[in-house]
Design a protein. Structure first.
Length: 144
């Protein structure tokens, strides 16, 4: 659906902030997956073993969550309707990853602090909000 209305400023703001937020998630994923010693120095040996023990399917779900979110952000900035799909894939990856991390595995104590729980809740809230936002922008004809 083509539209002649101007792109609202909030789309650029949300897209830009989303890209920055999700770039950090991508950075975290790459540093963890490549076992970057400088980055992983912030974690205890027990926490590092926990990250390294993820089965391939849980790593794949984490990748879908992270890269789907970053792609969704970039597609939102490009005003592409595929941002909705990318954010949906991201949310599905987050769901599977969360099920593994908190339902099937036992995270070390340092990863179960109030701050970590709050961070995970924020990740969920932002992921859901971005999917809803992209869907609404698509419904209003702002995404092509």
């Amino acid at each position: 659906m083509e539209t002649t209305s101007r792109t609202p400023m909030h789309l650029w703001i949300v897209g830009g902030m989303s890209a920055l937020w999700n770039a950090f998630g991508a950075f975290d994923y790459v540093m963890t997956q490549t076992a970057n010693d400088a980055y992983l120095a912030q974690f205890s040996a027990e926490q590092r073993v926990y990250f390294e023990s993820f089965p391939a399917w849980a790593d794949a779900a984490w990748a879908c969550g992270v890269w789907g979110a970053l792609l969704g952000s970039l597609l939102l900035l490009a005003r592409s309707r595929y941002a909705v799909l990318a954010f949906g894939i991201s949310l599905a990856g987050l769901a599977v990853s969360t099920i593994y991390q908190y339902g099937m595995a036992t995270p070390p104590d340092g990863l179960m602090t109030g701050g970590m729980v709050a961070l995970n809740l924020a990740i969920w809230a932002i992921a859901i909000a971005l999917l809803i936002y992209a869907w609404k922008m698509h419904a209003k004809g702002m995404l092509r």
